[in-house]
Design a protein around this ligand. Sequence first.
Ligand code: PGA
Length: 250
Amino acid sequence: MPRKPLIAANWKMYKTPAQAQEFVKNFLPLVTNHERDEVVLCPSFISLSVVIAAVTGSGVAVGAQNMHFAEEGAYTGETSPLMLKAIGATHVILGHSERRQYFGETDEIINKKLKTALQQGLVPIVCVGEVLAERESGRTEEVLLRQTRGVLAGIGAAEAAPIVIAYEPVWAIGTGKTATPQIASEAHEVIRGEVKKLLGGGVAENLRILYGGSVKPENASALMSETEIDGALVGGASLDPQSFGKIVKY
Ligand code: PGA
């Protein structure tokens, strides 16, 4: 069975609820009956409910950009996976490089979040990727192996099926510098190879690995035509319905 591509919009800290709703109104007609890819919108927490209501019946799914690893508790300002499920979110981005860089998230924390997301039946989109200095000093593979092992620690093959990994080289995020299809494919092979060692060939074969980092309408089809690339996690170019629509229709 070929892997179904997943294309996710990461809106980061952009769009009020009204703007998010407006996006959906303009976006849905562009992807009517689009079944080739799984399409997921990830607005900020505050816009999740309006976006979930607006996409009802369309086949487009909605995910959060983060969550806490606990089901509930005294964690001021945090959002629990139970709350996400209760409002109808189905996916969650975990360990985005901005969470790692600005909010101190480590592989250990991301691993805890991943375990909770799986227990709760949310589809986790777990991010890994090297920074520029790591690539330039030839440490990309080492970083990808460390992050892949770290986020997957203690997770068994039986529960791993829903996991989606997003390879996002940090030097390509929001910079306009896209990894070439070849660079992305090589990184995906490293990740898939490690998942095979950790969780077996079946899990590795079915694992969807997305590419993220300056994906745009102009480069989407070249990236997506690589057999190793199973979709995209799109930041800047997902904020405009026309632009994201073109990416989905690569
Ligand atoms: P970008 O962001 O598409 O704006 O580079 C990607 C991401 O951070 O997920």
